[in-house]
Design a protein around this ligand. Structure first.
Ligand SMILES: Nc1ncnc2c1ncn2[C@@H]1O[C@H](COP(=O)(O)OP(=O)(O)O)[C@@H](O)[C@H]1O
Ligand SMILES: CC(=O)N[C@@H](CCC(=O)OP(=O)(O)O)C(=O)O
Length: 301
């Protein structure tokens, strides 16, 4: 065998290994949530963009929903605005909301759109405000049984997938910032990006929701162990929810919402690993944590 063929054969085998995953997802929507904590460096962000474009060129319909928690925190610091979290959500004053919107829509989203568009005229950025994509009312989370006012934080009431579907039909990659329009008050609202991604995945009838974060997956006994739970059903996750803390709460609540509303699998994967999306495709079991609907229990992935 010539040297060229010799080196090409393993590459062909690798492509063939991806065939079942690609076949299952062909033409399907995959919602990828890119967390602010996973946007560690430039190389990683460029690799993320390559993976998303790869999915698009392989016949899938990727939709990107991005966060930017750490980026918002440092911008608020620079503006001298104090920011705190309650029930895992940022207490968002009217003044803070302007900064949230500026950072998510004007900075993080623009950067991701730019990186994706290095590969062609593919990405179009929007926020949940555009074309009524995400509507919300003021969210008052219960803390110790009492509803608490945390300012301009939204609870999603409706998703209009029209603009996203039109972009997908046109072969584009929508990149969505987690800001909602007020359903009945003309305000804009700050929505946790995991919650927004899950709601969009459910409304779009996505095959998969992939949540890229800064841990390997859901740890069984965090922070005491780094044993990752590789697979769990919706009911198993539901039982686990009360024990979870901080950033994992909206992530896992989102995964549960997604698989209970038609999404086939929801995964939490380590976005700090380069090409984590492609790694997910090329491994049988996947990496990170996979949540499946109850009826899939025991079925081979
Ligand atoms: N059981 C758990 N397994 C893994 N991480 C957990 C768990 N419970 C809480 N966490 C925390 O959740 C964080 C991820 O959420 P978050 O900081 O909001 O990330 P992102 O910006 O990607 O949304 C982890 O870095 C970790 O500190
Ligand atoms: C209400 C609320 O907490 N909103 C989040 C929105 C950004 C986000 O969720 O970013 P990550 O995915 O990087 O955490 C915030 O203000 O930080």
């Amino acid at each position: 065998m010539s040297t060229r063929k010799h080196t090409a054969l393993p590459k062909a085998q690798i492509l063939i290994e991806a065939l079942p995953w690609l076949t299952r997802h062909n033409g399907r929507v995959v919602v990828v949530k890119f967390g602010g904590n996973a946007m560690v460096d430039e190389e990683l962000k460029a690799a993320f963009a390559q993976d998303v474009v790869f999915l698009r060129q392989a016949g899938l319909k990727p939709v990107v929903v991005h966060g930017g928690g750490p980026q918002i925190s440092s911008a608020l610091d620079r503006h001298g605005i104090v920011s705190e979290f309650k029930a895992g959500l940022r207490v968002t004053t009217d003044e803070a909301m302007d900064v949230v919107r500026m950072v998510l829509a004007g900075q993080v989203q623009r950067e991701l759109v730019g990186l994706l568009n290095q590969h062609g005229p593919l990405a179009v950025g929007l926020t949940g405000e555009d074309a009524h994509t995400i509507s919300a009312v003021r969210h008052r989370p219960l803390i110790e049984g009492e509803p608490v006012d945390i300012g301009r934080v939204g609870e999603i009431t409706a998703i209009d997938t029209g603009a996203i579907e039109a972009l997908l039909a046109d072969g584009r990659i929508p990149v969505i910032s987690s800001i909602a329009r007020g359903q009945d008050d003309g305000h804009v609202y700050n929505v946790n990006a995991d919650t927004a991604a899950a709601a969009l995945a459910a409304a779009l009838g996505a095959e998969t929701l992939m949540v890229l974060t800064d841990v390997e997956g859901l740890y069984e006994d965090w922070p005491h162990s780094d044993e990752v739970i590789s697979r769990l059903t919706a009911s198993q996750l539901e039982r686990l929810l009360p024990e979870l803390s901080s950033g994992m709460v909206p992530k896992m609540e989102g995964c549960l919402h997604a698989v209970r509303n038609g999404v086939t699998t929801a995964r939490v994967i380590d976005g700090r690993v380069q090409h984590s999306i492609l790694l997910e495709i090329f491994t049988d079991e996947g990496i990170g944590t996979m949540v499946v609907p109850d009826e899939q229990q025991g079925e081979a992935e």
